[in-house]
Write a protein that binds this ligand. Structure first.
Ligand code: ADP
Ligand code: ZN
Length: 436
């Protein structure tokens, strides 16, 4: 099979050469970041005066981690490494977990970022002949403009649809023959449920690929989307602190996300101890920008949990693969003392055929006891059947959940349209327990 590459030399570079390139860039980025008051102080504490003090990639470990709180405390310019005149764009994070953080981009930063996105798109087998509809929100959120520039660089026809307005999204898809979309998985599930109202079926459209990202999702959601839409869905990962999307992306083999290691140095650590975990073990993902001038971040703790997939990919790329994100360290719910990630619940319910495209996890306090309520939308035709059938389904969902998360949940079944809809990052958990 012909494997599509954008930059074969870099993408298939042998590991020793790739690591040499990383080391060279790491030294440069240390020299750059020392210009910021924040890193100047940090480096002084650990005796780093310039990039020359980094003798090998292992020396990176001398540098303390950077956290989201560091970004917040140094808002707005404590981490800016260039003159404001050289900044040509500002983005912020979505603020899923608090006050957003700001990232500055120089012209070179935007070019580098665009390049990695073009590389990602080409890795999925898309070409300039594709019609690309970008359903991520345009604005300060990086998902809109990021992929937009990457797709233009590939030469695709770009429809900057932005998020929301589902019926219009479908009309755009029909009228312009959209072949590739970039979207959150939760929204792509929702759009499918609107097809009947728009008098459309999947076969009226030309969709072939979806880039799904910006929120955690399970393998069963990918499979469901591929089945509902008859497409290939590729996992797309990024965060504004590392430019935005295009940090790691799946290739045509869809067996984990290649991290573009010439741009990002990755470590997987134990979130408790900060120590690197053994290869292949799950932990918190930590990134260091290797090529960013305006806001270089070193050893940034993402709070995302994943692992590095051992072995090499059939595509011949040497850049290692990240597993899907299992959750965020701050996503974890503790229910009656048991740790549960929303993704574990999703994995179970999305495997069940009768379950539709939306769900919500609610946690409440009942006296001293935590109550987990899983609200699931199921296809309307199920409500036409008899009540026993519904009870049976409810029991099955409950049993499967209990087997997976070791908690006895309350399961509620609802008709499509009952639960709140998300047009961007979905809010799947409603924790109503009092906070002390
Ligand atoms: P915020 O942290 O406010 O959501 P961003 O908009 O930068 O800010 O979003 C980045 C975060 O979104 C990542 O750290 C990760 O938690 C999540 N994310 C992005 N892509 C994916 C993906 N493919 N799978 C799971 N989670 C993802
Ligand atoms: Zn690959």
């Amino acid at each position: 099979m012909q494997i599509p590459y954008q930059n074969k030399e870099i993408e298939t570079m042998q590991r020793p050469a790739l690591e040499e390139l990383q080391l060279k860039r790491l030294r440069e980025i240390v020299n750059f970041s020392i210009r910021t008051p924040f890193y100047k102080k940090r480096f002084a504490k650990v005796g780093i005066n310039s990039g020359d003090d980094i003798k090998s990639l292992k020396d990176l470990k001398k540098i303390p981690f950077t956290t989201k709180d560091d970004l917040r405390q140094n808002f707005p310019r404590g981490l800016l490494a260039v003159d404001m005149d050289d900044v040509i764009r500002i983005h912020t994070s979505s603020g899923t977990t608090g006050i957003p953080t700001v990232i500055y981009y120089s012209r070179q930063d935007l070019d580098n970022w665009t390049d990695l996105l073009a590389r990602s798109i080409i890795a999925t087998g898309a070409t300039k002949s594709d019609i690309f509809q970008n359903m991520m929100t345009y604005g300060l959120f990086t998902g809109g403009l990021g992929l937009h520039y990457g797709a233009e660089k590939v030469g695709m026809t770009v429809i900057p649809a932005s998020g929301g307005n589902t019926k219009r999204q479908l009309l755009l898809m029909r009228d312009f023959g959209t072949t590739v979309v970039h979207v959150t998985p939760s929204y792509l599930l929702h759009i499918h449920s609107v097809l009947p109202e728009s008098n459309l079926t999947v076969s009226d459209l030309s969709l072939r690929k979806a880039y799904i990202g910006a929120e955690p999702h399970s393998e069963n959601v990918r499979l469901k989307l591929e089945d509902l839409w008859k497409i290939d869905a590729y996992n797309s990962y990024g965060l504004s602190e590392m430019n935005g999307p295009g940090v790691a992306f799946e290739c045509i083999y869809k067996t984990g996300l290649h991290i573009w290691e010439d741009g990002y140095f990755v470590e997987i650590i134990d979130p408790e101890t900060g120590e690197e975990v053994p290869q292949g073990q799950q932990g918190e993902v930590v990134f260091t920008n290797l090529i960013r001038a305006a806001t270089p971040l070193l050893r940034y703790r993402t709070r995302d949990l994943a692992f590095l997939i051992p072995g090499t990919c059939e595509c011949g790329r040497t850049h290692r693969r990240l597993s899907r994100i299992m959750g965020r360290t701050d996503d974890m719910m503790i229910i009656n003392g048991v740790n549960v990630f929303p993704s574990q619940i999703e994995e179970v319910i999305m495997k069940i055929h009768e379950v539709g495209t939306n769900y919500l996890i609610q946690v409440e306090k009942d006296g001293a006891i935590d109550k987990l309520i899983v609200k699931v939308e199921i296809y309307s035709k199920m409500f036409l059947g008899d009540a026993r059938q519904l009870d049976g389904l409810k029991g099955r969902i409950k049993d499967d959940l209990r087997a997976s998360i070791v908690i006895n949940p309350i399961v509620e079944l609802h008709e499509p349209g009952f639960l709140p809809i998300s047009e961007g990052k979905a809010k799947r958990v409603l924790d109503l327990r009092p906070k002390f």
